[in-house]
Write a protein that binds this ligand. Structure first.
Ligand code: ZN
Length: 412
């Protein structure tokens, strides 16, 4: 195992596991991990992170939307600032590693490199909101940094009727200033993030880490199929316009279509009307969630799929309708950053690097609007996340940290 500043990577990983436990203790609900934006627990966690940042030799401050920052100051910065980070907030009844591991790993990497001089400042940021647990508005922290904080969010209220502006004041922030200290592209070198995979791919292939190719784009639709309701006993099967039978054919087709095209598509909700045991279904309503790493593929597949569902409806004398209710554009990780991650992964693990897309959203989504982004995934047990059973191993954390340190060194 590699040693940096006289401390082995294993000992550093052990410290990260302990720090994740400490962060997990700052929770609204005892016995669970729940830490939302602008709460007393947010304050406690960030105060603790600030202490660890200072111990790593970093200069610390809080920004206009409540993100915690630490800077490894360069004595002679001739290049723009490199930003490392992830989020410190959690969903309700969360695990301890989603987001938080990426923050403390970045701090630890800078602690390990405390003796090394860089020709640029290196900033670590703990984004105060990524999950949107309190205000149902995700990526508030990274949007503030990337220059896409929407002032309309200040009026959004939490479940207790407290607006984001009020919550900011209580927390000691000035809502008028929110997002005004955003970073600019020309003063930023890149954004790097380590995150647990939240999927089962690395575990299935027995790999500790993987290089993220990008964050998938998504579209969601509310669909309807209209047929003709009728008596379940008197109308012969070949004379029916059964909306549910048509929908069943569509759902089976959606699964096959996704597999053929190498995308993911899910029907997660389906309602049958009138929904009686002795009535031929006259109508259904269902949802489609369709995702791809390539925006072009997503657009093309969506158009093609909806046309084919229409065809299935026509053939059965049914009426198909669809309404687009959500969309998020796909964000590729920067090609040269992927290659840099790949080469450090190969050096550290002595295995061919695995490239994989992220089906889940991350702070890198917002940061990509301002700078180049690069992400490293760390294996998590059974791909479980957003769940108290979320788990990583100290040896995978050691590998991830080692890769992170080598990645930073590769910029010099
Ligand atoms: Zn996360």
């Amino acid at each position: 195992m590699a040693t940096m500043n006289g401390i082995t990577m294993e000992d550093r990983a052990k410290r990260l596991m302990e720090q994740a436990d400490v962060l997990g203790s700052f929770t609204e609900t005892p016995g669970q991990v729940t830490r939302a934006y602008l709460t007393p627990e947010h304050r406690l966690a960030h105060d603790q992170l600030a202490v660890w940042m200072q111990q790593a030799g970093l200069e610390t401050w809080q920004d206009s939307v409540g993100n915690q920052w630490g800077r490894k100051v360069s004595l002679n910065p001739t290049q723009p600032t490199l930003i490392l980070g992830s989020h410190s907030d959690t969903v309700r009844n969360a695990g301890k590693y989603d987001g938080n591991l990426g923050v403390i790993m970045a701090i630890e990497a800078l602690a390990a490199l405390s003796e090394q001089e860089f020709p640029f400042h290196i900033d670590v940021v703990a984004f105060a909101d990524e999950e949107g647990t309190r205000f149902n508005t995700t990526l508030i922290g990274s949007s503030g940094v990337a220059g896409c904080f929407n002032p309309a969010w200040l009026d959004v209220k939490d479940a207790d009727g407290i607006s984001m502006a009020e919550a900011m004041r209580t927390f000691g922030l000035d809502p008028e200033q929110a997002g005004r200290d955003a970073r600019r592209a020309e003063e930023t070198l890149a954004y790097l993030e380590a995150h647990i995979e939240q999927g089962p791919v690395l575990e299935a292939e027995d790999l500790a880490v993987g290089v993220v190719t990008g964050i998938a784009g998504a579209k969601r639709f509310e669909c309807g199929v209209k047929g003709m309701a009728g008596h379940a006993g008197t109308v012969p099967v070949n004379l029916r316009n059964d909306a549910l039978c048509g929908t069943a054919e569509m759902i089976t087709y959606i699964e096959k279509f996704a597999a053929d095209k190498g995308i993911v598509a899910t029907v997660g909700k389906c309602e049958v009307l009138p929904g009686a045991v002795n009535v031929i279904p006259g109508e259904t309503r269902f949802t489609i969630d369709i995702r791809s790493l390539s925006q072009d593929t997503l657009e093309a597949c969506t158009t093609q799929l909806l046309a084919l569902l229409n065809k299935i409806a026509d053939k059965r004398g049914l009426k198909f309708s669809s309404q687009n209710i959500y969309q998020a554009a796909a964000v590729p990780c920067h090609e040269s950053l992927q290659q840099k991650w790949a080469s450090v992964v190969e050096t550290v693990t002595q295995t061919k690097p695995r490239f994989l897309p992220s089906g889940a959203g991350h702070d890198a989504l917002a940061m990509a609007t301002m700078t180049d982004v690069g992400m490293l995934f760390i294996r998590c047990e059974k791909g479980i996340s957003h769940n108290p059973r979320e788990q990583v191993t100290p040896s995978d954390v050691a590998v991830g940290l080692h890769c992170f340190i080598e990645m930073l060194k590769s910029f010099v």
